[in-house]
Design a protein around this ligand. Structure first.
Ligand code: AMP
Ligand code: MG
Length: 494
């Protein structure tokens, strides 16, 4: 019995035909072992969960056998990577097994990542080291628990084979789930070739699959662009509100469905610093924390460019329409960001008094190097009803430099007649206490890679599944890194 036995894996993307994908089986691996299967996600996807950890499922997650009704493919795309154009990319180490439909009628891709070479591998080995597989599992599932649109992790396995990176490392494969894997770069691939028919097929497919409301619009392709712009603007505002740095916002790493994808050199900030960059290859700080909205907008302008021929015959007219949709980005981002930041301070809606309050706060936090996550949590605790155990206490006292600001904030809450219990609830729901901190992820990867020990991995995944409730027994997972634990750079790990 396998997880897919009671499911018909669909292949609507494969049915778009040759230019979009190539049939590609995963390449078997020597000696796979199961690390973890995500039961809650499997249930949500309507899969058979009776024997999740069966040897048959392991063979599927390892790419050693394919589900009975699967016709795996590798898809093609292009991208701007760090601003430079790359006309030919694609799934170089991934295959799409097929699509599943949930009970609510939602369609999801199921993809193996690290499953061997494909026609798009270029010089790559088609494999993934164990470390990046664990990182993606941990961070993508943490993002889901934080309520942020994201691809998901259904399973992780080791391959029993080594991959050659800076050194020999154990290999791994992640089973990834996404609303779809269609990227801005997928549109760019066909646009750059002047294949307007293919761009139209793709746009129609995306409308049907993700934005059917656009069909009712008199200008469906302009509407499509508008929906993608809005989804990305909201997504990036959410990243900003939790201190997340994606790290590699190339146009192939931006899904048109609006889910976060590609957890390569990503990281959550510990100490607040708007200029923060983690990725070791981002030498110019292109993808720094505070640049993310601008980069999102820049990336979307390439989607707009690809859609131009569908919007109007006259180029000038098409550009005007595209600009109409693109220009919404800043307003949508700003509104969403302000709302999220207001909620972090206990205000249900942003206002002219609230906005300066949080910009002042962030300024002090940056000057003092305050921990981004725990400062908001320590503020949340200020309004906690007396006697609750769910407070940080000694773990992270509010920084003394915030005393003056604290008084101002309490004054504004009083002026606006905001009930502390209500504000506390809003804050507790918007200020996580457990985030996937880099030093924790690093420790997990070290233990797994060096000792083949996954105890810490499982513990961290479990802790991060409930990010908004502080549990003192798990205090070690909440605290910021000590100076000697601090991770200064993250690596793509490809
Ligand atoms: P990423 O950095 O994961 O976004 O990957 C960028 C591009 O390189 C994508 O087209 C990947 O499919 C490809 N790629 C990354 N790692 C490998 C690998 N080990 N083997 C083959 N292709 C790869
Ligand atoms: Mg990628």
């Amino acid at each position: 019995m396998t997880i897919f036995d009671a499911t018909t894996l669909q292949a609507t993307y494969r049915q778009l035909g040759e230019p979009f994908s190539t049939d590609q089986l995963p390449t078997p691996v020597a000696n796979p072992t199961l690390i973890r299967v995500n039961r809650a996600l499997a249930e949500q996807l309507n899969l058979s969960v009776d024997e999740l950890e069966s040897p048959e499922n392991l063979q599927i997650f390892a790419g050693n056998s394919v589900p009975h009704n699967s016709q795996p493919i590798a898809t093609v795309y292009a991208a701007h990577q760090f601003g430079g154009w790359n006309p030919q990319l694609g799934d170089g180490r991934a295959v799409l097994l097929g699509e599943v439909i949930t009970q609510d009628g939602l369609r999801y891709d199921v993809q193996l990542k690290g499953s061997g070479q494909t026609p798009y591998s270029r010089r790559g080995d088609g494999r993934s080291a164990l470390g990046p597989v664990l990182r993606e599992y941990i961070v993508s599932e943490a993002m889901a628990a934080l309520g942020i649109p994201t691809t998901r992790a259904l399973a992780a396995v080791t391959t029993g084979e080594q991959v050659v990176r800076e050194s020999f490392l154990p290999g791994g494969i992640l089973t990834r789930v996404a609303s779809s894997h269609i990227r801005i770069g997928t549109f760019q691939f066909f646009s750059a070739q002047g294949d307007i028919d293919a761009v139209k097929v793709l746009a129609d497919y995306v409308i049907d699959r993700h934005y059917p409301q656009a069909r009712d619009n008199t200008e469906p392709y302009k509407a499509l662009l508008g929906y993608v712009v809005a989804a990305q603007a909201r997504l990036i505002a959410q990243w900003m509100s939790i201190g997340f740095i994606h790290g590699v916002m190339n146009t192939d790493n931006m899904l048109v469905c609006g889910e976060t994808v590609d957890y390569g050199p990503c990281a959550f900030m510990d100490a607040y610093n708007p200029q923060k960059v983690f990725s070791s290859i981002d030498t110019h700080g292109r993808y720094a924390y505070s640049n993310q909205a601008d980069i999102g907008h820049w990336n979307l302008s390439w989607l707009a460019q690809a859609l131009l021929p569908l919007m109007a015959e006259e180029e000038a007219e098409a550009i005007k329409k595209a600009q109409g949709s693109l220009s919404q980005f800043s307003a949508i981002f700003g509104e969403h960001y302000q709302t999220l930041m207001a909620a972090k301070l206990g205000f249900a809606t942003p206002s002219a008094t609230v906005t300066p309050l949080f910009s002042d706060l962030l300024e002090i936090m940056a000057q003092q190097g305050c921990d981004y996550t725990l400062t908001f949590r320590a503020l949340t605790d200020q309004l906690a009803p007396k006697g609750t155990g769910d407070v940080l206490g000694e773990l992270y006292p509010l920084h003394p430099a915030l005393q003056g600001w604290l008084k101002e904030w309490l004054d504004v809450l009083a002026e606006e007649n905001i009930d502390h219990a209500v504000a506390h609830q809003l804050m507790a729901n918007n200020n996580p206490v457990f985030i996937p901190r880099n030093h924790q992820i690093e420790a997990v990867i070290n233990e797994a890679t060096r000792d083949n020990d996954f105890t810490r991995f499982h513990k961290l995944v479990d802790v991060l599944a409930k990010p908004f409730v502080y549990r003192e027994v798990d205090a070690d997972f909440a605290r910021p890194p000590r100076p000697d634990e601090e991770v200064l750079a993250t690596f793509c790990g490809t």
